[in-house]
Design a protein around this ligand. Structure first.
Ligand code: NAD
Length: 292
């Protein structure tokens, strides 16, 4: 069995690492948060002080970090993965970051005879706990095949999309659709509410028609319950909208709907509500309509 390095033991990384341990893999973990590390070493993992030390001791190194600069620093920075990684090892980044950063990392590691995959996920903490994540992968097919036994422990719907960065492009597309669909559901429910119509029945009626979606189902219920406990935080979705907008700028692709949603997320962050669930777009619109 290959020895696994796991860097970033947060909301997502912790249950993913625990599932790998439970499946019998030896893990070496690292996080700047020592409390998080303790929780995983208590379950049998070893720990290392630096990303470099993780890479020196393992064959496959997985990162699950917040944003592009975090992954870049952990891999290419001082005492990073690139300084310790052995030729023939595999690097897998499962964070949601900019496709351009994934491509840069893949290029640097290729010079060290290391294959890299970008493999962002969808499915949230529950999907991570249940080993039921959707995993969207970019990189070489041989690396994808090597990673498959690990992906099958962490996820269910696992798709190789294309070359380096393709997984991240797919995740950015996912976040555009999710963000704009929340906006659509929030606007519709808000209009119905202000018109004095019962939004419980609106959701029920719409779920049987062409406007049906998982977001109308799950976030529609959140809007009815006025429940914005995360879930997926607005501040993290704002980061992902930024990745989409930045990629759009690089490719000269207009993303007007995404820009609108991102701008509203900015207003939510400015109010200090960035820790709320991303469905709080509905709360914001409701406040603008004088309903709150
Ligand atoms: P998190 O903030 O809970 O976890 C990130 C962990 O990385 C933290 O424990 C932090 O201490 C650690 N860290 C940060 N910088 C580090 C560094 N330089 N070296 C070592 N450790 C470092 O975040 P999360 O919710 O687990 O999200 C991780 C990634 O997964 C993000 O890119 C996020 O967008 C993506 N994602 C999250 C969800 C979700 O529902 N939370 C769903 C899908 C994808």
């Amino acid at each position: 069995m290959e020895k696994i390095g796991f860097i970033g033991i947060g909301i997502m990384g912790k249950p993913m690492a625990l599932n790998l341990i439970e499946a019998g893999y030896d893990l070496v973990v690292m996080d700047i948060d020592k409390k998080a590390v303790k929780e995983v070493t208590a379950q049998g993992a070893k720990s290392a002080e630096t990303a470099k030390a993780v890479a020196e001791q393992t064959d496959v190194i997985i990162t699950m970090l917040p944003d592009s600069p975090d992954v870049e620093q952990a891999v290419l920075g001082p005492d990073g993965v690139a300084e310790g990684i052995k030729a023939g090892s595999l690097f897998i980044d499962m964070s949601t970051i900019a496709p351009a950063t994934s491509q840069k990392i893949a290029e640097v590691l290729a010079k060290k005879d290391v294959q890299a995959l970008d493999a962002p996920v969808s499915g949230g903490e529950v999907g991570a706990i249940n080993g039921a994540l959707s995993i969207m992968v970019g990189g070489p097919e041989t690396a994808f095949e090597r990673a498959m036994p690990l992906f099958e422990i962490m996820g269910k719907n696992i798709v190789l999309i294309g070359e380096a960065g393709a997984g991240q492009v797919t995740k950015a597309s996912n976040q555009i659709i999710v963000g704009m669909t929340i906006q659509a559901v929030a606007e519709a429910m808000n209009l119905a509410k202000k018109a004095g119509v019962d939004i419980v029945r609106v959701r029920e009626a719409l779920l049987g028609g062409f406007a049906q979606s998982r977001i109308l189902d799950l976030h529609g219920q959140r809007i009815i319950d006025n429940n914005y406990k995360p879930g997926f935080k607005v501040k993290l979705h704002r980061k992902d909208m930024n990745i989409a907008l930045q990629t759009g700028r690089e490719l000269s692709v207009p993303l007007p709907g995404s820009a609108l949603v991102a701008s509203q997320m900015d207003a939510i962050l400015a109010k200090g509500d960035g820790e709320l669930d991303h469905s709080a777009l509905a709360l914001f619109l409701s406040q603008l309509s004088g309903l709150e």
